[in-house]
Design a protein around this ligand. Structure first.
Ligand SMILES: [Zn+2]
Length: 142
């Protein structure tokens, strides 16, 4: 048995539910059998932050943790919006693009962002190219 904390995307109600496995959750979700006790919406998602917090803290501090997380998440998503508007996405060509900016010395009007391995970042650093790691949350709202 597995206990999930679920959240209704429609009315923000959070509640807990038991499933025999994570697979059962997926199946019920797919068949739209999960619905909100309050508003009956089927927009139910796993409340992702909860599992690691269960049983470790009192309810009150748990709520504070969740509030804190929501605030951070909001800040990160605002940060992501800023980056998306001001930087060019280069995907996994990040190391290549970073070098071309650095060595061509051509002033590009936009910075870049993308993905790179730890080793890439280490090599860039050794070449004197400053990179910054940024927290990133993939939004899965669809
Ligand atoms: Zn609801």
């Amino acid at each position: 048995m597995i206990k999930y904390s679920l959240i209704c995307k429609n009315c923000d109600l959070t509640f807990e539910s038991w499933f025999s496995s994570s697979k059962e959750y997926e199946i019920l979700k797919k068949k739209n059998f999960l619905n909100c006790h309050k508003c009956n919406s089927i927009k139910i998602e796993k409340n992702l932050m909860a599992p690691s917090l269960i049983n470790t803290k009192s309810d009150k501090s748990l709520n504070n943790e969740i509030k804190k997380y929501k605030r951070i998440k909001k800040t990160i998503s605002e940060y992501q919006k800023f980056i998306k508007n001001n930087f060019k996405y280069v995907g996994d060509k990040f190391a290549y693009e970073a070098r071309s900016i650095h060595y061509n010395k051509k002033k590009k009007n936009k910075g870049i962002y993308g993905t790179a391995s730890k080793q890439d970042l280490q090599e860039l650093k050794e070449e004197g190219i400053d990179t910054q790691m940024i927290p990133w949350i993939e939004s899965k709202d669809n």
